[in-house]
Design a protein around this ligand. Structure first.
Ligand code: G6P
Length: 369
């Protein structure tokens, strides 16, 4: 096992470090040489079908469900198709409205999660076309879906998913751009700009991983707190959900993610002196709104750790600590913002002496209902 860990102490940290390579693999051969378009040769649908889609469901569990949240945002923003994201164990027991102009996308690292597989079968039975986004070639979900795209993250061993998540985001981004091309919903220059930004992501992830000391220090300082809150708006909210799941899963700290604008409808009552709040502020379009939420928690004496882009020269004034990630287009910020959150969870778990790769009560792949 030590050999498989390649010199790292745990699979999780090895997989965190593999993300730069993993996302590069996911992109490889799927970007046109002149960066003008996304190429999805593996999709055997004709353009008429893709043009006819009126509704998309994204169905998944756990971390893959959080990737679905980001996927919804990408598809709606870039390809202008309405998307509903659902937890697989909920989707299969309600009455989703589906017809042959519906596409159901299931996301699953393992391709074996029982609820996701059952949801996929149900969507097919109701007449939906189906697409699997998975990491495991020939898995049950890959075989059951009409079409499959692979994330090429390489084997993920740690129970807490890291590189599978980032590669799922890359895949959802590329799928959205591919659909936008067919539906002609965005300008060619914008596509080129986004593909240019996408190409930077592997080296930007690498850059974050070159200096993890400040994150380790926060984890040691706040690792014994019993509650941690994550806040953000828009895509930052989606990342907050994943950051909070990571922390719960492996460090057993009670963590909650809130859409920052929703705080005042209840959760603000829990924000008292010294409570750590991790505030994501990478989204330009809602930046000012996020800042006002940060001020709200600061006014209650929370300890605020801000996650922001490198070109943000304002945020320092409003937070106690800051972690910056390289500047990118706001759509791609989740791929960078999640990395410090994974590291925070990892080092918090180490600080608390938890079994990082095999957290209590959890399994890598849940093949029972
Ligand atoms: C388990 C794992 C999670 C994972 C979820 C979905 O709960 O512990 O890390 O996100 O299953 O797994 P899948 O293989 O379908 O992505």
């Amino acid at each position: 096992e030590a050999a498989e860990k390649g010199g790292y102490e745990h699979f999780m940290i090895k997989e965190i470090y593999e993300q730069s390579k993993a996302v590069r693999e996911t992109m490889s051969a799927r970007i046109a040489k002149d960066d003008s378009a996304i190429v999805m040769d593996e999709l055997k649908w004709n353009k008429e079908f893709l043009n006819s889609i009126r509704k998309i469901f994204i169905v998944a569990c756990g971390t893959a469900y959080h990737a679905g949240f980001v996927g919804k945002y990408y598809i709606e923003k870039l390809a202008r198709i309405p998307v509903e994201v659902d937890i697989a164990s909920e989707f299969r027991y309600r009455s989703p409205i589906i017809d042959d102009r519906t596409l159901t996308i299931v996301i699953s690292q393992s391709g074996e999660t029982s609820d996701t597989l059952a949801a996929l079968k149900e969507a097919k039975r109701l007449g939906s076309k189906t697409l699997a986004v998975t990491n495991v070639v020939g898995s049950s979900i890959a075989r059951e879906a009409d079409q499959v795209v692979y994330t090429w993250a390489g084997p993920e061993i740690a129970v807490a998913s890291t590189k599978a998540y980032t590669t799922q985001l890359i895949m959802m981004f590329m799928l959205s751009l591919y659909m936008s091309e067919i539906k002609k919903t965005i300008e060619k220059d914008y596509t080129k700009h986004l593909i240019g930004a996408l190409r930077q992501v592997p080296s930007q992830i690498h850059e974050i991983l070159e200096d993890v000391e400040p994150i380790k220090t926060f984890a040691q300082k706040y690792g014994f707190n019993e509650d941690v809150f994550f806040i953000g708006r828009s895509l930052d909210y989606a990342v907050a959900l994943e950051g909070s799941l990571k922390l719960k899963e492996i460090s057993y700290i009670h963590a909650e993610a809130y859409a920052a604008g929703e705080l005042k409808h209840g959760t603000l009552a829990l924000i008292i002196e010294g409570v750590p709040v991790i505030a994501l502020a990478t989204q330009e379009s809602v930046y000012e709104k996020t800042l006002s939420n940060i001020k709200e928690v600061k006014a209650r004496d929370a300890v605020v750790i801000g996650i922001a882009l490198a070109n943000d020269d304002q945020i320092e004034k409003y937070v106690d600590h800051i972690i910056k990630v390289p500047t990118t287009d706001e759509l791609l910020a989740p791929l960078l913002a999640v990395v410090p959150l994974q590291l925070l969870a990892y080092y918090a778990a180490i600080t608390r002496g938890c079994d990082v790769d095999k957290p209590r009560n959890l399994a890598k792949s849940v093949t029972v209902e």
